[in-house]
Ligand binder design. Structure first.
Ligand code: FE2
Length: 326
């Protein structure tokens, strides 16, 4: 049975098609880029609504299948931006009703875990999920994916994007910041904000902007931001691994593309005798294939939803999902 997945939690509209063995037949990703300033939820949702039908067609073409071959439709129910979530849910409901096929609303964060489990060979990891909107350290215990640590304010990717805008580096500044940071060599003082198992990033951004005003080199500022933030992520991830006794770490989210973060997590896990796993780039960022796959996994385990169950949930917590498939 083929599943079509619709991702629409934030800036990305993604349509993926997977089979029952997690072969990814299609994974079309279209990221909204605001002309200026930050991401406005309504404008991103308008982008998604404008292209959702054509993107579904592209995915069907990429997979070389037609709508009648699809047996299940899955969509990102949350967490995310309300207007964007509603576009994905509306498209999923339309497909479900028109094709007479079941529908599944899934948790976006759990989808990152399950696509990693299915495609990287890990089996019981601690997930470091670092993206624009989300920063969580997640592991499975007692029937749920539990959040062992998370951001108390904004996602790390969101912080990097905001910092990039403040420093004139454009939108989605993560890759630019990574590139410039490679030429930094002085570790400047920034607030290392780990509170218990949680983290805070917005103060680091404010402090970094003030370092620029004091005349420090951009290279050193961005080097210091990366070193400080990634050390915080590595610390919380390591403590979660020690707490739950797991020897695998899985990375997910757009910030997991950063090679310095990967190096630090790899170093930490290597010193613990643990293994690190990273999905392929297009399965690591927000995408429809991971939504399709989790929908299939849930359906296969006996979960069923009616259209009435498909109301989106902007604050859908990772640990609210009953993991019926493990
Ligand atoms: Fe994500």
């Amino acid at each position: 049975m083929l599943t079509i997945g619709i991702e629409g939690t934030a800036h990305t509209l993604g349509i993926g098609i997977t089979d029952e063995k997690c072969n990814v037949l299609a994974n079309v990703i279209d990221m909204y880029k605001p002309p200026e300033g930050g991401l406005h939820p309504r404008e991103a949702a308008n982008h998604h609504a404008d292209i959702v039908a054509s993107t579904i067609s592209k995915a069907l073409t990429e997979a070389n299948v037609s709508l009648k071959d699809i047996g299940l439709v899955s969509f990102s129910k949350g967490p995310g931006l309300g207007p964007c979530l509603r576009v994905a849910a509306t498209a999923a409901r339309a497909l479900s009703v028109r094709l007479g096929i079941p529908i599944m609303g899934v948790n976006h964060c759990v989808a990152h875990v399950e696509i990693g489990n299915a495609t990287t060979g890990c089996s019981d990891p601690v997930l470091l999920y670092a993206s624009g909107g989300n920063t969580q350290v997640i592991a499975y215990t007692n029937g749920r994916y539990r959040i062992f640590g998370e951001t108390l304010d904004i996602g790390i990717g969101n912080m990097l994007d905001k910092l990039g805008r403040e420093l004139g580096l454009g939108y989605y500044a993560g890759p630019t910041i990574e590139k410039i940071a490679k030429d930094g060599d002085e570790l400047l003082d920034l607030p290392y904000s780990v509170k218990g198992m949680d983290m805070a990033f917005s103060g680091i951004m404010t402090a970094a902007v003030s370092l620029k005003k004091k005349g420090h080199r951009l290279e050193d500022i961005l080097f210091s931001v990366q070193e400080t933030c990634f050390a915080m992520l590595a610390e919380v991830t390591e403590r979660a691994m020690a707490h739950v006794g797991k020897d695998e770490v899985l990375m997910g989210g757009g910030v997991a593309q950063n090679t310095r973060l990967r190096d630090m997590i790899s170093c930490m896990s290597g010193e613990r005798g643990a293994d690190m796993f990273v999905p392929k780039p297009r399965l690591c960022i927000d995408n429809g294939a991971m939504i399709a796959w989790l929908g299939h996994v849930m359906y296969d385990s006996g979960v069923r939803m009616s259209i009435d169950d498909t109301k989106v949930d902007q604050k859908f917590r990772t640990d609210e999902v009953d993991v019926t498939w493990r």
